[in-house]
Design a binder for this molecule. Structure first.
Ligand SMILES: *[C@@H]1O[C@H](CO)[C@@H](O)[C@H](O)[C@H]1NC(C)=O
Ligand SMILES: *[C@@H]1O[C@H](CO)[C@@H](O)[C@H](O)[C@H]1NC(C)=O
Length: 276
């Protein structure tokens, strides 16, 4: 990979996921949230979305998103787990604002996909959590994921929805003061593009194990990593992507975001999630 690419493409988690808890990434121009999205309105729920949090000396810190697959399994990105101390990780379900209490479960183990290579392929992981979440079909519920199989390969031009709490970098643990820093879940719609278009737009290493989306002046940003990209089907919502990486400057005009293509990995996810 050329140096220019290493400099402009980055995983969309907050620094700790790569073990640089105290590092300060270039910020200034890094938008604080999903770019081009809007607050999820009060009273509405994205019931499959969770906040992945890390316990630091200063308190609990949101650093990635995830989605509920079963009451005790969460799907997220590999780069949201690698190198982290599992005893400090937890997930919070059933919230819209990071300041809400919600249902917190600790992460007891994470399983990173064996083929994971940062910024290259297989950026996914499954978390095992305790206690199991109480699914209530309202504020907390699971989402089905796209399966491998005929006609399941999502091409370009498909409307998709991303949700997340992507935060500003650097973040000196702002949610200790949730009142001063309300952090409402953001939601944004845009369209997938074909992998070929994605490569032509500068994401040269994109393979069929990934799926790209872009929209004018919108996109995923730091802290959205691991979160779910969903599409609607006749049978309801399906998760088709996991936020993986994008440009350092989020939401530039027509710059693509790269997601792990969930359908490629459905056998592995089945194995990790349905083994109780
Ligand atoms: C992980 O965190 C726990 C609790 O803070 C600590 O006791 C333990 O030493 C840490 N383990 C590693 C490998 O850093
Ligand atoms: C969840 O709620 C929807 C809409 O109220 C309803 O149609 C569906 O049957 C419910 N599912 C379960 C598992 O309770």
């Amino acid at each position: 990979m050329e140096l220019t690419h290493l400099m402009v493409i980055m995983a969309l988690s907050i620094g700790i996921a790569t073990g640089r808890l105290n590092s300060r990434q270039p910020s200034g121009y890094t938008p604080s949230r999903i770019v081009g999205g809007a607050d999820v309105p009060a009273g509405e729920h994205i019931p499959y979305q969770v906040s992945l949090q890390y316990r630091t000396a200063e308190g609990q810190m949101h650093f990635c998103g995830g989605s509920i697959i079963t009451p005790n399994r969460i799907l997220t990105a590999a780069h949201c787990c690698q190198g982290l101390n599992v005893t400090r990780m937890s997930v919070v379900a059933g919230i819209r604002n990071l300041g809400e209490r919600g249902a917190r479960s600790r992460v007891v183990a994470y399983d990173i996909h064996p083929n994971y290579k940062e910024l290259v392929t297989s950026d996914l992981a499954v978390l095992s959590i305790e206690p199991s979440l109480k699914l209530n079909n309202k504020s907390i519920s699971s989402i089905e994921y796209a399966n491998k199989g005929k006609n399941s390969f999502v091409g370009g031009g498909v409307p998709v929805t991303l949700t997340g709490w992507g935060l500003r970098l650097p973040v000196p643990f702002p949610f200790l003061d949730a009142f001063n820093y309300p952090s409402i879940l953001q939601r944004m719609n845009y369209n997938t593009i074909t992998n070929r278009e994605c490569r032509e737009m500068g994401m040269e290493s994109v393979t069929n194990t990934e799926i790209c989306a872009r929209g004018p002046l919108r996109g995923a940003c730091s802290g959205d990593s691991g979160g779910p990209l969903v599409m609607s089907t006749e049978d309801g919502l399906r998760q088709v992507g996991i936020v993986s990486y994008g440009l350092v400057v989020c939401g530039l005009y027509l710059s693509p975001d790269v997601y792990t293509r969930v359908s490629t990995f459905s056998d592995w996810i089945d194995e990790k999630c349905l083994d109780e």
